[in-house]
Design a protein around this ligand. Structure first.
Ligand SMILES: NC(=O)c1ccc[n+]([C@@H]2O[C@H](COP(=O)([O-])OP(=O)(O)OC[C@H]3O[C@@H](n4cnc5c(N)ncnc54)[C@H](OP(=O)(O)O)[C@@H]3O)[C@@H](O)[C@H]2O)c1
Length: 246
């Protein structure tokens, strides 16, 4: 495994020799699985960091993905979930947690094997009365489901606890506040922490919550977060952990 600027590059043969140094560091190939606001926001931010990004959809002709690729320049492209996952050295899951297994199955287990898989999803279920529940919840989480279904992927849960604009620009929220990582693979968490730092998260704002079962609590923060957003009337806020000296 090769380590460059905090990223350890575990290459698959078709990507060998790809990494190039940019002003910002090492350029990597990212797959973003999901064409919603989160996928497009993360994809655009990754491009500004000098990375190449493939945005994946259920179909090749997804209008949002084509439009995003069109305005992204040569480093951005779109395709099916499988096209994107085959392209990416690091994969981001930006689909609803309720359909993530379907999306990642379409992406292909072989295209995920050995790769860091950053999971930003929440399994939100919106009831007819507007009430939000989670499925799975309590004894399971989307992060765990993904790691079980794709044991060769190196799943890291992160960024699901704040708004997409804050994910990629934490300075939108003044003062010190936190972002969390959880996963079974220490090196994968280190790589995601590096990416968070590149997005603007100070090193000491990133809290390692431990193994992938910590996804349960991270996903369970969302109903509280949604309620708070309604209360505040905007999404530029975040969680801050205050602690006494040990
Ligand atoms: N909104 C935020 O600020 C925020 C913050 C933190 C976390 N999140 C989480 O980020 C994730 C993405 O959110 P989003 O609002 O950007 O997107 P989304 O609407 O939750 O998901 C869009 C993606 O899901 C795919 N999809 C829909 N139904 C599917 C199915 N049955 N099988 C496979 N794929 C399916 C769509 O495919 P097509 O491309 O083919 O349409 C699309 O790529 C969610 O889990 C959300 O909870 C959001």
């Amino acid at each position: 495994m090769q380590r460059q600027n905090g990223y350890s590059v575990r290459r698959v043969p078709c990507h060998e020799g790809h990494a190039v140094r940019t002003d910002q560091g090492v350029s990597m190939r990212f797959a973003v699985i999901g064409t919603g606001g989160v996928g497009r926001t993360l994809g655009s931010r990754l491009l500004t960091l000098g990375h190449e990004v493939a945005l994946g959809s259920r179909t090749k002709d997804n209008a949002a993905a084509l439009a995003w690729a069109e305005q992204s320049g040569p480093a951005g492209r779109s395709g099916t979930f499988a096209d994107a996952a085959a392209f990416g050295e690091i994969v981001v899951n930006a689909t609803s947690g309720t359909v993530s297994l379907q999306a990642l199955t379409a992406a292909g287990a072989g295209n995920l094997a050995g790769k860091v898989l950053l999971d930003v999803s929440n399994p939100l279920v919106f009831g007819p009365d507007g009430a939000v529940t989670l499925d799975p919840v309590n004894t399971d989480s989307t992060g765990e489901q993904i790691q079980r279904a794709f044991p060769e992927a190196r799943v890291v849960k992160s960024l699901n606890t704040c708004n997409m604009e804050v994910m990629v620009d934490p300075a939108r929220v003044p003062g010190e506040h936190n972002i969390f990582v959880a996963g079974d693979d220490a090196d994968a968490k280190q790589q995601v922490s590096q990416l968070l730092h590149d997005f603007g998260w100070p090193q000491d704002s990133v809290i390692d919550m431990g193994d992938i079962t910590a996804s349960r609590g991270l996903e369970m923060l969302m109903p509280f977060w949604l309620r708070m957003m309604r209360l505040l009337g905007h999404a530029d806020f975040n969680y801050a952990i205050r602690r006494a000296q040990a």
